[in-house]
Design a protein around this ligand. Structure first.
Ligand code: FEO
Length: 177
């Protein structure tokens, strides 16, 4: 049986992941309003990734005999000064999520909860990719912002992003990896 403090912390992380989905959905709406369909696609995929993260934690809570709790999700910003500004906000947010995951992993160790520790290793690795993906967009936009057609090219590239196989499997009802 999972300890109360660990359960509460996992439930708080579910809220963080759902807020992340909200944030990226809001960024998608911002890009749609700018008619930047590629960046909108990038954010649509990211929203699905976050919903997958939330589901993964909820399933773990169930497996451990815990009660998943769903608190109110705060509202994200609705507007950004530029595409670069939006991706900078995304990168900053992912750094925050990495800190949350690290604290969870430390808590698992404190409680000798090795099931949670092993489970959280997936998220520790995932956060390296999450930060890197957002940072890559920031770097590309910074480099190309003054180049003629730069935004158009990056938007087209972002339009090629697809769902990861793990998320596809999760949405289709197959067991999460
Ligand atoms: Fe669920 Fe983007 O971290």
């Amino acid at each position: 049986m999972i300890k109360k403090e660990m359960l509460e912390a996992l439930n708080a992380q579910v809220n963080e992941e759902l807020y992340s989905a909200y944030l990226y959905a809001a960024m998608r709406a911002y890009f749609e309003a700018q008619n930047l369909k590629g960046f909108s696609n990038w954010m649509r995929i990211q929203t699905e990734e976050e919903l997958f993260h939330a589901r993964k934690i909820v399933e773990f809570i169930f497996e451990r005999g815990g009660h998943a709790a769903f608190k109110a999700i705060k509202g994200p910003d609705a507007d950004w000064a530029s595409p670069l500004d939006a991706f900078k906000a995304s990168y900053k947010h992912e750094c925050h999520i990495s800190e949350c995951i690290n604290k969870l992993a430390t808590l698992a160790l404190k409680h000798d909860d090795h099931a949670a520790r092993v489970f959280l290793e997936w998220f520790v690795t995932e956060q390296v990719e999450e930060e890197s993906n957002a940072d890559q967009m920031v770097q590309n936009l910074t480099r190309m912002q003054d180049a003629p057609g730069g935004l158009f090219l990056l938007d087209r590239e972002a339009g090629a992003r697809t769902l990861s196989p793990m998320v596809v499997a999760s949405v289709s009802g197959a067991p999460a990896a």
